[in-house]
Design a protein around this ligand. Structure first.
Ligand SMILES: NC(=O)c1ccc[n+]([C@@H]2O[C@H](COP(=O)([O-])OP(=O)(O)OC[C@H]3O[C@@H](n4cnc5c(N)ncnc54)[C@H](O)[C@@H]3O)[C@@H](O)[C@H]2O)c1
Ligand SMILES: N[C@@H](CCC=O)C(=O)O
Length: 543
């Protein structure tokens, strides 16, 4: 056990560097991009701390330059999933028994390594592998990741400090035990920080993990493992496998020791896994924890008193940063007729000035979407809108996959409020706008609420306090993260705890104490100092 009730070092959000022309960070990152673009990658799985190579090689190519081969990763199969489970279970007793301050120190050290010597590596691999521009990468792969690791430690500390009261003569305690068994972290392509956190948060709480990242984020996943190892994470605590999602799920969801799923990704995949787990309930030792943060159809709603320039800026940033591939991206907007011309003009100006291309050129606001499957789906949605009588493509619409998977920022005007792109998550740089009659504010709020199954993020714009109050109240269940006069993206750990309801997930708020609670099974201990020696109560005595 620990021999002290320690104070933590000060925990703060990592400041975002600007990468402005002439800044030292810009020069350092440019150099790193040259170095890490050289290729020759040979990326193994990491199981029980060892590099595992299968010779079954899968290409790694940047989405913005898909014919340029950076190297390969080694694809595994079900036997590697089983090896990863065995390694996790073997590592569990020692990791669980380790002093909490040692577990904390490992993650705090990892955060320092990323903030310092590995900052530009994290940015470069995310820019190259996931096609993010420097600023978007800095807020994700560096700052949000560091914030997750640091604030998880602070939240663990606070949670461990939550202890029951004790009556005289006894001492009650809560032991924040990790789960029995292993946790499965299944991670998406779009945020390096989320991928790092989904394994990191359960591990910090004393669990061991099998981690399957997205096949399009292997480059950054490998770097996360390297840094955790350098920070002192023992072998087998997190085991990284590159296998098909279904293959991994088949082995994991049939294992008696499966203790929890930490997932971020699409709603359909999550729903499928939930059903499988439910069907396998009798196989498990304990009820598995199921945590999933899933899709969104995030909105911006402006009333007639909103400032048109502010609304247009929120839409340009909120819809098109990282090519709209944030779960939080604005993808539907409700604008009153009285404001629309002005909003549209500002957006047209913005979009005319936006540059598209490779992330190595820092003037490019837009880079490529993640892969060909996504490109084809988005291109089809645009083509459908161009053909439809219910919609009109009013800005952008060009798509070109000859060199990279580039989709021009596109605005669709929906003539009916339930046009497909007002309902379905597209996960790309496509915004659909519905222009409403300002005299029908209440009806339009009802439409917003009922058009889609999702409820992740939403933003309202207004300068009228009564309307702000009305909209906030009416839209309570439409978003787990709700913004007033701000874009619906860019939640910061410890400031806007993140997650949505309805079909957008279990809303366990990544980076908060609520999330950590899912990775522990509290035990209550009552210790009596002088135990009773007589079974009789006073009322049994004679008068
Ligand atoms: N709510 C949030 O906090 C949040 C944050 C980021 C991303 N997302 C969501 O993630 C999605 C985009 O990420 P993505 O494209 O990587 O998601 P995805 O669902 O396609 O993949 C996520 C992970 O699941 C795996 N997978 C895919 N199909 C599987 C199956 N049938 N069985 C088991 N595993 C399977 C993938 O290989 C990947 O590792 C969007 O829907 C987005 O809204 C949500
Ligand atoms: N913190 C990010 C999370 C995006 C997820 O894909 C945001 O709020 O935009």
């Amino acid at each position: 056990m620990s021999k002290g009730i320690y104070k933590l070092p000060e925990i703060k959000n990592e400041p975002v560097k600007s990468y402005a022309p002439g800044s030292p960070e810009r020069q350092a990152l440019k150099q790193k991009l040259v170095e890490l673009n050289k290729g020759g990658l040979d990326i193994p799985m990491i199981i029980d701390g060892k590099e595992v190579r299968t010779g079954n090689l899968y290409d790694i190519c940047p989405p913005h330059d898909h014919q340029r081969l950076l190297g390969h990763y080694h694809q595994g199969d079900k036997t590697h999933v089983q090896m990863a489970i065995d390694a996790a279970l073997k590592a569990k007793p020692a990791w669980e028994a380790m002093h909490w301050e040692s577990r904390a120190a490992i993650f705090l050290k990892a955060a320092e390594l990323i903030a310092g010597p590995y900052r530009y590596d994290f940015n470069a691999v995310t820019m190259i592998g996931q096609s993010k521009n420097a600023f978007q990468s800095e807020i994700d792969a560096v700052c949000e990741l560091i914030d997750f690791y640091r604030f998880n430690v602070r939240n663990m500390y606070d949670l461990y400090g939550m202890q029951p009261n004790s009556a005289p003569g006894i001492w009650n305690r809560t032991v924040w035990r990790p789960l029995e068994g292993f946790v499965f972290a299944l991670t998406p392509f779009n945020f390096t920080s989320i991928a790092a956190n989904l394994g990191g948060a359960p591990a910090l709480m004393g669990n061991t993990v099998v981690w399957k990242p997205s096949k399009t984020a292997v480059y950054s996943a490998h770097l996360i493992m390297e840094v955790l190892k350098e920070a002192g994470l023992p072998d087998g605590v997190i085991n990284l496998v590159y296998v098909g999602g279904r293959e991994a799920a088949e082995v994991i969801f049939n294992h008696r020791e499966f203790a929890g799923l930490h997932f971020t990704g699409s709603t359909g995949v999550f729903n499928g896994m939930w059903k499988t787990i439910a069907g396998n309930m009798e196989k498990y030792k304990s009820y598995p924890r199921i945590v999933g943060e899933t899709g969104g159809k995030d909105y911006v709603f402006a009333d007639a008193t909103a400032n048109a320039k502010q609304v247009a800026t929120a839409l340009t940033r909120g819809a098109f940063e990282y090519q709209g591939q944030k779960c939080s991206a604005a993808s539907r907007a409700y604008i009153p007729t009285t404001l629309w011309e002005e909003v549209k003009n500002h957006m047209e100006e913005d979009l005319k000035s936006i540059k598209t291309g490779t992330p190595e050129d820092f003037t490019h606001f837009i880079n490529a979407v993640i892969d060909e499957e996504s490109f084809d789906k988005l291109a089809k949605e645009i083509a459908d809108a161009q053909q439809s009588l219910d919609a009109e493509v009013i800005m952008g619409g060009n798509c070109d996959k000859s060199k990279g998977y580039f989709i021009e920022p596109t605005v669709i005007l929906a003539k009916k409020p339930d046009y497909n792109t007002m309902k379905e998550e597209l996960f790309g740089p496509i915004l659909t706008v519905y222009v409403y009659d300002p005299d029908k504010l209440d009806e339009t709020l009802d439409i917003l609420d009922t058009t889609t199954d999702y409820a992740l993020t939403g933003a309202i714009f207004s300068s009228n306090r009564a309307n702000i109050e009305k909209m906030t109240s009416r839209l309570t269940h439409t978003a787990g993260n709700f913004y007033i006069n701000d874009k619906p993206t860019g939640a910061v750990v410890d400031q806007q705890p993140f997650g949505g309801g309805r079909a957008s997930g279990t809303n366990d708020k990544a980076g908060s104490v609520f999330n950590l609670l899912r990775w522990v099974s509290p035990q209550t201990i009552k210790e009596t100092f002088v135990p009773a020696t007589d079974y009789m109560y006073p009322n049994f005595l004679n008068e």
